[in-house]
Design a protein around this ligand. Structure first.
Ligand SMILES: O=C(O)CCC(=O)C(=O)O
Ligand SMILES: [Fe+2]
Length: 591
C-alpha cells in the first residue's frame, strides 16, 4: 500500500495558483493517462477515490476524449442557444418533471436541494434560474424519448449531440473501471450495471446577467444541489462560476476551470452505494469570482449524468462495510426511473421494504348521477391567505352508493350532563359502532344518499405554459380536521424554494368534515365506512380534477371531465400532471 500512496502524490497535484484570490485548489487534478495506458492503474484509481472521499469532485486530464470533439460539441451548443427562441421551442422540454429531454427556456427550470430551512428561503423562492438547457439521451430510450427540432434548423445538431453522448459513455466506463479498482473490486464491478446507458447529456447556457444581481442573490444560475445518478462528467468553458460546498463547513468554494480537463463528481446514488464512504457534494453556479464588470460573460457548460441500469438491484459495495462498520442501506432495486430519482434525492434515508397487507375491495366507483339540487358553499369567502398562490373553494358530488345502512347520526351529549354521564353516552355510541363494524350484514348494506365533498384549490399566481411544471399536490386530512388544517404547512411550503416546482395544491374535505359536513348535515349517516373516503377521492381524480393545472378561475361546482379523459386516466394515469399525495392518519389510509 505504501507505494500506492507515493504514486498517488506524483499523479495528484493541485491546480496552479490563480490570480483571483477567491479560487482555491480544493479540487485536485488527476492525470488519467496512466490508467488508460495501463502504466499505473492503481495509483490513478486511488487518487480518484481519495478525492471522492474527501470532496466528491476531481478534475481529470488526459481522460481520453479528444479536445476536438469537446470543442465541436461546445461550438454546436453555442449555435443552438444563439437560435431564436421560437426555433428552440420547436423541441420543447415537456412541462412534467418526469421527462427530461429537449429545450428549457431561461427560468423554466428551478434546481433546488431539499434543504428548505437553510438561508433566506422566502427570497430564494422568488429567484428564477437564469439558464437555458437542452437535454438528450440515447435514441432508443422508451421511457424518455429524445425531443429534436427539424434537422434543417441546425444541421448536424442531433448527430453531434448523439456522437458526444456515446463518446462520453466510453469515458464513463473507464472511470467506472478505475473506481472499481479503487474499491479493490474487479474492474467490471460498476461497468456491468451501466450498460444501456440511461444517461443524460445536458447542454447549458448561462446568459450574461448583472453581476451584482447574481452576487446579491436577486437572481440565480443553478442553486445548491447534488446530482442524483452515479457520477457526473462536467465539461465547462473557461469562464468559471461553479462552486462546491466545503467538506468542513457550509461555505461554498469557487472552483477554477482547468483547461483540457473534465470535472468528475460523485452523485447521490453512488454515495449510497458506497455506504456513504464517498461524497455527493452539493454545488451551485454563481458569478465567477474574478469578474469585476457590470455584467458577467455568458457561460457554457455540458454535464453528462451517468445512471445505473434501471433493473439493477444495488447493494452496498462489498469493501465499504464490515462487522465494525455495518451497511447503512438495504439493497435497492432501481426498477423505475422515478424510483431511482426519489431514492437518490433522499440518499440519507434508510429504505424499509413495504409490508403487504390484505386490503378490502372497494365498492365500485360509479360516476355520481347528476343531482337535482346543487348546494352553495356554506361559509362566506375568505381573504386570500397567500400572496403567491390563489385560493378558491369547490364542490364535487361524492360517490353515490355508500357503504353501510342509513342510520341517524348519534346525538351530541347535552351540556347539562355530568362528565361521567357524557363519557357513558359516548361509550355506548362507540360500542354500537364497533359492533356494526364487525357485523357483515351491516358491512354489506348500502344506501344512496347524495353527499358532497369540498376542496380548496391553491393555484400558483401567474401560472402559464413556460413556468408550469405539471406538479400537483393533494392533501387529505385526518379525522376531525377541516381542509384548512393544512394551511400552516402550505405556508411553509409556499415560502420554500420548492414552491416554484408546484403548479397547484388541492386540499380535500371528507363528507362529514368542515364545509362538506355543513352541506351534508341532513344526509349523513351514523355509520361511516373509511373506504368510502378512498372512493370519494378516486371519484374526484377520475371524474372531476381538471386535465391540466391552469391559471383559469374554476366554477364552484367543478364540471365533470369528458368520459374519454376518465377512461384514459383509468388506463394510463394522468398525462399532464405529476401528483404527490399527502395524507394524515385517516387521510393517509384513505389514499
Ligand atoms: O454548469 C455547471 O458548471 C454545473 C451544472 C450542474 O451542476 C448541473 O447541471 O447539475
Ligand atoms: Fe449538478
Amino acid at each position: 500500500m505504501q507505494h500506492h500512496a507515493r504514486d498517488c502524490e506524483d499523479i495528484m497535484h493541485t491546480s496552479s495558483p490563480d490570480k483571483a484570490a477567491e479560487y482555491t485548489d480544493i479540487v485536485k487534478v488527476v492525470d488519467f493517462r496512466p490508467f488508460l495506458n495501463g502504466s499505473n492503474k492503481q495509483a490513478v484509481a486511488d487518487a480518484i477515490l481519495e478525492s471522492f472521499k474527501t470532496i466528491g469532485f476531481v478534475y481529470l486530464t488526459n481522460h481520453g476524449l479528444e479536445q476536438e470533439k469537446i470543442d465541436g460539441m461546445f461550438d454546436m451548443s453555442r449555435k443552438f442557444f444563439a437560435l431564436p427562441h421560437e426555433q428552440k421551442m420547436l423541441a420543447p422540454h415537456p412541462p412534467s418533471g418526469t421527462h427530461h429531454r429537449g429545450y428549457s427556456a431561461p427560468g423554466a427550470e428551478k434546481v433546488v436541494q431539499h434543504l428548505y430551512d437553510r438561508g433566506d428561503i422566502s427570497e430564494a423562492r422568488k429567484r428564477a434560474d437564469i439558464k437555458e438547457s437542452f437535454e438528450a439521451g440515447r435514441e432508443d430510450d422508451e421511457l424518455m424519448p429524445n425531443i429534436w427540432f427539424p434537422e434543417d434548423i441546425l444541421p448536424g445538431f442531433r448527430e453531434t449531440c448523439l456522437q458526444f453522448f456515446w463518446d462520453c459513455f466510453e469515458v464513463e466506463k473507464n472511470i467506472l473501471r478505475a473506481l472499481a479498482i479503487g474499491f479493490g473490486l474487479s474492474e467490471d464491478y460498476f461497468v456491468k450495471v451501466h450498460t444501456k446507458p440511461d444517461n443524460q447529456l445536458r447542454l447549458l447556457h448561462y446568459p450574461s446577467v448583472s453581476t451584482s444581481a447574481l452576487r446579491n442573490e436577486e437572481i440565480s444560475r443553478i442553486d445548491a444541489h447534488s446530482d442524483f445518478g452515479s457520477i457526473t462528467l462536467l465539461f465547462q468553458d473557461d469562464i468559471g462560476g461553479l462552486e462546491v460546498q466545503s467538506p468542513t463547513s457550509d461555505d461554498f468554494i469557487p472552483v477554477r476551470p482547468v483547461p483540457g480537463s473534465l470535472l468528475l463528481n460523485a452523485a447521490d446514488f453512488l454515495m449510497r452505494w458506497s455506504n456513504d464512504t464517498i461524497k455527493s457534494t452539493i454545488h451551485r453556479v454563481r458569478a465567477p469570482p474574478s469578474i469585476e464588470s457590470e455584467t458577467t460573460p455568458d457561460r457554457y457548460s455540458i454535464p453528462y449524468f451517468c445512471c445505473v441500469d434501471l433493473e439493477t438491484v444495488v447493494d452496498c459495495v462489498p469493501t465499504t462495510w464490515s462487522d465494525e462498520v455495518p451497511k447503512k442501506y438495504e439493497p435497492l432495486s432501481v426498477s423505475t426511473r422515478c424510483n431511482a430519482k426519489m431514492t437518490s434525492s433522499h440518499p440519507q434515508v434508510n429504505v424499509r421494504p413495504w409490508k403487504p397487507f390484505a386490503s378490502r375491495p372497494l365498492l365500485p366507483i360509479y360516476p355520481p348521477s347528476d343531482p337535482a339540487i346543487y348546494p352553495s358553499l356554506p361559509s362566506p369567502p375568505r381573504e386570500q391567505p397567500f400572496s403567491t398562490f390563489t385560493l378558491s373553494t369547490h364542490i364535487v358530488p361524492a360517490v353515490h352508493l355508500r357503504r353501510g345502512p342509513f342510520v341517524p347520526t348519534p346525538e351530541l351529549p347535552s351540556n347539562a350532563l355530568s362528565k361521567d354521564e357524557k363519557t357513558h353516552m359516548v361509550g355506548k355510541v362507540v360500542d354500537k359502532l364497533v359492533r356494526n363494524m364487525k357485523d357483515p350484514s351491516v358491512q354489506n348494506d348500502k344506501h344512496e344518499n347524495v353527499l358532497w365533498n369540498v376542496l380548496n384549490r391553491y393555484v400558483k399566481s401567474g401560472l402559464n405554459d413556460s413556468n408550469s411544471t405539471g406538479l400537483t399536490l393533494f392533501f387529505s386530512h385526518a379525522n376531525g380536521y377541516p381542509k384548512e388544517t393544512w394551511e400552516p404547512i402550505l405556508a411553509r411550503i409556499f415560502a420554500s424554494p420548492a414552491a416554484v416546482m408546484i403548479d397547484e395544491v388541492w386540499t380535500w374535505e371528507c363528507v362529514q368534515h368542515g364545509d362538506a359536513g355543513l352541506i351534508n348535515a341532513k344526509a349523513l349517516t351514523g355509520f361511516f365506512d373509511w373506504s368510502d373516503n378512498s372512493r370519494d377521492i378516486f371519484n374526484f381524480f377520475l371524474h372531476f380534477l381538471p386535465s391540466t393545472p391552469c391559471n383559469a378561475i374554476l366554477p364552484v361546482h367543478l364540471p365533470r371531465i369528458p368520459q374519454v379523459e376518465t377512461d384514459s386516466r383509468v388506463l394510463r394515469g394522468f398525462q399532464n400532471r405529476t401528483m404527490i399525495l399527502v395524507g394524515h392518519s385517516f387521510g393517509g389510509t384513505s389514499l
